[in-house]
Design a protein around this ligand. Structure first.
Ligand code: NAD
Ligand code: DAU
Length: 349
């Protein structure tokens, strides 16, 4: 039985990765390490929690001795590292917590992995899940490739860029086998409603205003989360050592157009008059340092590993809306309590 450690498996993307691996690989034991911050939610994994090849471990990446002990006991052969503070707006409010988890937490994992295997890395792999935001902002044209220089603009992206650099440096310095992927914006079931799409779905259901930063012309490339999970499985197993792969949907949307499309589909689902939800759109103060545009050139992973998105945006958005409509209790559970405080602080300006 191969022991694989997935970090951040109670979060949005991590829960889809854990589910895919637990169901697909009976010869793996998947350990899901997660601190269960505001973004971690074990409800995301209820369907697999009793599987015999799955174990949940509540631990914080910043607890160095706790992480070391886990590696001493289990000697994980593979690490798929997703745990992070992930929301750009929160990184503007509290950069230090992003440095602690994303940089120091990653270093704790790297050290534990290195010290456990003591340079015998045969059959081992450390996989860091990163973001396209490390590349900074694009103008109206062009794409991020694996050769684009790093130029992070937010505390979040600076912390992810730093952790990418540490992973690569451990590869160079200690021969630690690694792979990194940089992915564009994900959307889909279990997405925490601080992010644009689930925030708008929640607010449309509750007839609350839809806050659009600045002029709404900021552009993101959206990928259905299960296609990202499929890519992670593929890169973990078939990606070349010490390589970076960009992952994206070739699916760019200006925020305002995306939210209008969401309003249209939600009006149909909710049986509301056409145009009703669009009236909720409200332009609000821009995000400081807001990157204008992200767009990924995903041709390397396509050519070398044969990956491509399997779900069109229309299908993905419809599936996402259906999931939130069917899981309003999930939504209500996480939008009570602390979420209300965050929302007031973030949107009162
Ligand atoms: P998320 O915020 O939904 O989940 C993060 C998870 O990490 C949560 O379960 C949380 O409890 C856990 N966590 C946070 N701090 C921790 C700590 N100190 N110790 C242990 N666990 C901790 O994030 P997500 O959107 O699922 O993103 C997962 C990863 O993918 C992140 O590394 C992120 O940078 C990257 N990524 C996200 C996107 C996206 O669009 N969401 C795109 C590209 C890359
Ligand atoms: O590109 C990958 C990144 O995508 C990931 O690394 C991050 O973890 C993930 O959070 C996401 O970052 P973004 O900042 O792009 O996602 P968010 O959903 O916060 O915002 C998407 C766009 O919508 C962005 O241009 C900001 C805008 N926005 C966002 C919110 C929350 C609004 O206009 N209003 C809002 O209320």
């Amino acid at each position: 039985m191969k022991k694989i450690l997935v970090t951040g498996g109670a979060g949005f993307i991590g829960s889809h990765v854990v589910r895919l691996l637990v169901n697909k690989y009976e010869n793996y034991h998947i350990f899901n390490l997660d601190a269960l911050t505001y973004a971690g939610n074990l409800e995301n994994l209820q369907d697999i929690e009793n599987k015999s090849n799955y174990t949940f471990i509540k631990e914080d990446l910043t607890n160095e001795s706790g992480i070391n002990e886990l590696f001493e006991v289990h000697k994980f052969e593979g690490v798929i590292h997703l745990a992070a503070e992930s929301h750009v707006d929160r990184s503007i409010l509290d950069p230090l917590s992003f440095a602690k988890t994303n940089i120091l937490g990653t270093l704790n994992l790297l050290n534990a992995f290195k010290n456990t295997h003591k340079a015998d890395f045969t059959g081992k792999r450390f996989y860091h899940i990163s973001t396209d935001e490390v590349y900074g902002a694009l103008g109206d044209e062009g794409f991020f490739t694996e050769e684009t220089s790093y130029s992070p603009n937010s505390p979040y992206s600076a912390s992810k860029a730093s952790s990418d650099h540490f992973v690569r440096a451990y590869g160079e310095t200690y021969n630690l086998p690694f792979v990194i992927t940089n992915c564009s914006n994900n959307y889909g079931p279990n997405h925490f409603p601080e992010k644009l799409i689930p925030l708008c779905i929640n607010n449309i259901i509750k007839r609350k205003s839809l806050p659009i930063y600045g002029d709404g012309k900021f552009t993101r490339d959206w990928l259905y989360v299960i296609d990202h999970a499929r890519a992670i499985d593929l890169v973990f197993h078939e990606g070349k050592n010490a390589e970076t792969y960009n992952i994206g949907g070739f699916n760019e949307w200006k925020n305002i157009d995306l939210v209008k499309e969401l309003c249209k589909q939600m009006d149909e689902v909710l049986g509301r008059d056409e145009g009703e939800s669009e009236k909720l759109i409200t332009f609000v103060k821009d995000r400081p340092g807001h990157d204008l545009r992200y767009a990924i050139d995903a041709s390397k992973i396509n050519k070398e590993l044969g990956w491509e998105p399997s779900v069109t945006f229309k299908e993905g958005l419809a599936k996402t809306i259906a999931w939130y409509m069917d899981n309003q209790q999930w939504l209500n559970n996480i939008t009570s309590g602390d979420y209300q405080e965050y929302y007031k602080a973030q949107y009162r300006k």
